[in-house]
Every structure is written in C-alpha cells, then in structure tokens.
Design a protein around this ligand. Structure first.
Ligand SMILES: Cc1cc2nc3c(=O)[nH]c(=O)nc-3n(C[C@H](O)[C@H](O)[C@H](O)COP(=O)(O)O)c2cc1C
Length: 130
C-alpha cells in the first residue's frame, strides 16, 4: 500500500502551556496505533513540527482533525507526498524536544529530505514507543 507523508509547522496556543503537549502525545500515539499512522513530533517550547506518514485516507482524516485542533495555530504545511517506505515505522508518534532552538528553523528552511533526516538524527536522543 502506498505510504503518504506530510510535514507541517504550527504554534502552541498561548494559554495552553507546554503541559498540554503530554496529552497531545498520548492521544496521538493511541489513535495512530489504531489507524496505521507513524511519525515524529518535535516541540521547542513554542512551536511544533510534525512528520506524519501512513495510508492516504488516514493521513487526510487525521490532518483535517489536526488543522481544526484549537490547541495550536498558524499551521503551515511544509511538504507532502508519497514515499516508498516509512521513515518512522517503529514509532506511533516519536516525541522530540528540540533543545537546540534553531532545529525547527533549520527544518523550516530545508527540503523534505532535510526534514526527515533532521527528525531521524534527533530521534537518537529520545525514546521510541516500540
Ligand atoms: C500538534 C498536534 C499534533 C497532533 N498529532 C496527532 C496525531 O499524530 N494523531 C492523532 O490522531 N491526533 C493528533 N492530534 C490530535 C488531533 O488534533 C485530534 O484531537 C484527534 O485526532 C481527534 O481524535 P478522535 O478522532 O479520536 O476524535 C494532534 C494535535 C496537535 C495539536
């Protein structure tokens, strides 16, 4: 089955506070495991960058829900397309806290290969939910 992927940037809505992120991760991992989605979510205290991959219909459905989620705003789609294989097959949603303040900026400025590679290298520093 064809794998689709997408990457977007967004900004945590102010009153939420970073504590909201744990809830988002928990919810995402539960849903994604059921829906055949995998990927990685990066957060730097203010902004998210998410790489989501899986079957086209599930990607569409979930990204529509994500776009309507009031916990974040200023959603900017960076890239989307199809891929021969998954980059994050072992993670229903890996979480990366971007300790380097510029990491998300670099992702925003790079192409899709740069995005996937930046996530993959950052995952060395986090626990997969295998
Ligand atoms: C930054 C961010 C990332 C999210 N990532 C996912 C995700 O990967 N998978 C998911 O199912 N929901 C994700 N959500 C939550 C969705 O916006 C939405 O609440 C959820 O998909 C609705 O699930 P339901 O179909 O059980 O009602 C994310 C929300 C935010 C704010």
């Amino acid at each position: 089955m064809e794998t689709r992927y997408l990457v977007y940037l967004s900004r945590l809505v102010d009153p939420m506070g970073p504590g909201a992120v744990a809830g988002i991760i928990r919810e995402s991992r539960g849903n994604n495991a059921i829906r055949g989605l995998t990927g990685a979510l990066m957060f730097d205290g203010e902004r998210f960058c998410q790489y989501l991959e899986g079957p086209a219909d599930e990607i569409m459905r979930t990204f529509t829900a994500i776009q309507h989620d009031a916990r974040h705003a200023a959603i900017e789609l960076l890239a989307s397309g199809s891929a021969r294989e998954r980059r994050f097959a072992s993670w229903s949603m890996a979480y990366v806290y971007a300790v380097t303040p510029t990491l998300i900026d670099e992702i925003g400025g790079g192409g899709i290969r740069g995005v996937a590679d930046a996530f993959a290298s950052a995952l060395v520093h986090c626990d997969g939910d295998l």
